[in-house]
Design a binder for this molecule. Structure first.
Ligand code: SAM
Length: 198
């Protein structure tokens, strides 16, 4: 199974299509959202970032179930895995490289002294804004009340994005994730936002 990763690892392996846009997912977990998005949008290239090896292993075992020979498995032409810190990838991109960014249920870091580690952060907003095309969407979901207030507060004090959606019902074209299901089972109410690069 691990033998499959070299066939998907960004940036060593480019897309097998010429994508008409590049999207990134930060913290893809078990890659349910990234895989569904890539399959539903075959003309875009999606780079899904995840630092947790077990999450990457979930994707690989879906692509190559059982004893499938990694060399003969069909990997999605437009999905690539960046098995490292998404912030490093974003900082390495040229200006206006991205057509969409997904941040589904980021680690909440609920203690105030850990706020610096939250992906949504005033400094990160500038880094993300630089690589987003004008009109590009940044989708965020969170079930954590501290993070939900934090998202509202951070976006209220910046001018690079406007909020185009905030809802407690997951929009139909947002694939479900494992973490979301866990949050709902535990009685937490997710919020879903879309922000647009101005
Ligand atoms: C709470 S989980 C949510 C996973 C998935 N998005 C879902 O909804 O099921 C957050 C994930 O983000 C990953 N993560 C956190 N910071 C990251 C970073 N800077 N770069 C890449 N992955 C990151 C963690 O390893 C973890 O798997």
């Amino acid at each position: 199974m691990a033998a499959l990763l070299p066939r998907l690892r960004w940036p060593d392996v480019g897309f097998a299509i010429k994508p008409n846009a590049v999207w990134i997912e930060v913290g893809a977990g078990s890659f349910e959202h990234a895989e569904a998005m890539a399959r539903a949008n075959p003309t875009i290239g999606l780079i899904a970032c995840e630092v947790f090896e077990n999450g990457i292993a979930s994707l690989l075992s879906r692509l190559a179930p059982g004893d499938a020979d990694p060399a003969s498995v069909d990997v999605p032409a437009n999905l690539r895995v960046y098995p490292d810190d998404a912030r490093a990838l974003l900082r390495s991109l040229p200006d206006r490289a991205l057509g969409q960014l997904f941040l589904m249920f980021p680690d909440p870091w609920p203690k105030a002294r850990h706020a610096k580690r939250r992906f949504v952060h005033p400094e990160m907003i500038h880094d993300v804004a630089r690589v987003m095309q004008s009109g590009a969407a940044w989708r965020i979901a969170s079930d954590d009340p501290t993070y939900q207030h934090w998202v509202s507060a951070v976006f209220a004090t910046q001018h690079d994005f406007i909020m185009t959606q905030q809802t407690t019902k997951r929009p139909d074209d947002w694939p479900a994730t494992r973490y979301e299901a866990k949050a709902i089972r535990a009685g937490r109410q997710p919020y879903y936002w879309s922000f647009q690069r101005v």
